[in-house]
Design a protein. Sequence first.
Length: 286
Amino acid sequence: MKDNNIARLLVTCADQSGIVQAISGFLYHHGANIISLDQHTTEPCGGKYFMRIEFHLDELADKKQTLLDTFAKNVAEKYGMTWRLSCDFDVKKVGILVSKEDHALLELLWRYQRGALPCQITQVVSNHEDLRSAVEGFGIPFIHIPVNKDNKEEAYAQIHEVMQGNDLLVLARYMQILSPTFVDKWTHKIINIHHSFLPAFVGANPYKQAFDKGVKLIGATAHYVTSELDEGPIIEQGVERVSHAFDVVELRELGRQIEREVLARAVKWHLEDRVILDDNKTVVFD
């Protein structure tokens, strides 16, 4: 069940003595109870430090601003931290973009309907009408914004306007390349599912590429979108073993199953504040 008195603190800084004591002591003095603590450092000594700490604090909504102000002054400044506080009562809003294929989209909508994604899915935007009835069957608004070679900038500007207020955009097999201008407005707030095990088989028809290469593993990759196509920080990947007996259709069907599961995990981890960006990589406390 949702508990509005639960929050998560994510921290990145240079590794140094006293970080855990400083943060846990801070929370103790404010009356918080630590539920879980995950940490990672890149080197045994002198590396980069990452922490995700989840805690419970009665009357959190009333105390949030005090926590932010005092943590910034008494802890974060001293240790040179990059940090953020996320509270369960601040429900994240998610917009989805999709084209014609429904498998990744429906996985997200099914999980959302069952309460397995801690968010509010606000709308689904598509460049085709094909999935309107499926989306509206979940009680979620469906918005058709056509995209072609002559109207791309106008279409992306319209999508940007429609998606205002969302904390995250998910590309559930949205078969358009977003413009750098659009991506820059949503930095680290767009998750894409790529139908291959990046960096292998970039580009069109990856399952035909995989078939031609006679691969024994196929996979999918969920990553944050950057202006460099398919080069954004990777959140999650999945693979399945195949054999010489698989044809392209069978590879594609199995690949779609991997895609839907990998994308759903990546979105859930993002919503649960389990992902910390580290330049073009991620630290994922799953």
